[in-house]
Write a protein that binds this ligand. Structure first.
Ligand SMILES: Nc1ncnc2c1ncn2[C@@H]1O[C@H](COP(=O)(O)OP(=O)(O)OP(=O)(O)O)[C@@H](O)[C@H]1O
Length: 284
């Protein structure tokens, strides 16, 4: 196992993943470190972003995961038995998914679901869990937590549902949060509120946030660093503020394909893809 320096929470080296029964790796030789920062993983649909996120939590029962290193603090995630993974998952590394509708149980009120998640990890009375839930709901800017506690998932808006999911994920003070398209199902103003909450987690609690998205502009404006994925590989890693200096032709193509409001009217360029980009990838 590697000795991680104090700034590194998570370290991944040459991660490759192949789904059983498929002829090629869905993810190949992906490497990155995560500190107390916002790391974006961006790429088109099918490029392997979510597969990387799920692999970190070993949530891929139908895939083979190989890596030279996949380490969270002093835990070797690759070789950790499932029993210990249960303590890592949801407690020290949490995940938020795109649409709260699919994550919340439709036939149970929202508050008790959060209580239950807490009591799965921490031994405490129902009353203590309820108090913790209400405090967490308040911390994600839900103004009337008592009322929201008693609502069913279909009675809350998408933005409220996503905040409930974030509250659920924060219960155990995780060190790493993997947010997989957390705002794609939300409208623009609610999206900003949710990003604000995630941003505060990095600033105030010092978590490491992995933001998975296909939205280059969102990642560019929100994250500190960005990994660009193309067909299962990271082809470029950049500081978000240096995006305009991208060197890989795929990243340049993605940037050129962004529409500019107010600019001269012109057809958007077609995104070029070349098979040779996948041979001998050196992350630039
Ligand atoms: N359970 C599975 N079995 C087989 N192949 C899969 C499975 N899940 C994903 N894949 C394949 O792995 C590749 C990467 O998929 P993944 O969902 O990680 O991409 P993504 O970049 O997150 O895409 P999206 O933005 O659409 O979610 C795709 O080719 C996909 O078809």
């Amino acid at each position: 196992m590697k000795e991680l320096n104090s700034d590194t929470i998570l370290s991944v080296e040459n991660l490759s993943i192949r789904y059983r029964g498929t002829p090629t790796d869905a993810v190949r030789n992906v490497s990155f470190n995560l500190g107390k920062e916002r790391l974006g993983i961006v790429g088109e649909s099918g490029s392997g972003k979510s597969t990387v996120g799920r692999a970190l939590l070993k949530l891929l029962p139908t895939a083979e995961i190989k890596a030279d290193c996949m380490q969270f603090r002093d835990i070797d995630l690759l070789n950790t038995p499932e029993k210990q993974m249960l303590k890592v998952r949801g407690q020290r590394i949490s995940m938020i998914l795109q649409d709260p509708k699919f994550s919340l149980n439709p036939i149970q009120k929202c508050g008790p679901q959060v209580d239950e998640a807490y009591r799965n990890h921490i031994r405490c009375s129902k009353k203590e869990a309820r108090q913790r839930t209400l405090a967490m709901l308040e911390s994600v800017q839900i103004r009337d937590p008592e009322r929201v506690y008693g609502l069913y998932p279909h009675e809350v808006s998408g933005g409220m549902g996503q905040r409930i999911m974030i509250a659920m994920m924060l219960l155990t003070d995780p060190d790493v949060v993997i947010a997989d398209e957390p705002t794609s199902a939300l409208d623009v103003t609610v999206r900003l509120q949710v990003l604000d909450i995630l941003d505060a987690l990095v600033r105030d609690k010092g978590i490491g946030l992995i933001m998975i998205s296909h939205d280059l502009n969102l990642v560019r404006n929100f994250c500190d660093r960005v990994l660009i994925m193309y067909a299962g590989q990271v082809v470029e890693a950049l500081n978000a503020s240096e995006m305009h200096n991208a060197r890989h032709p795929y990243t340049k193509g993605l940037l050129a394909a962004q529409p500019h409001i107010g600019g001269p009217r012109a057809p958007l360029p077609v995104l070029e893809r070349r098979p040779e980009w996948l041979e001998d990838v050196k992350v630039v």
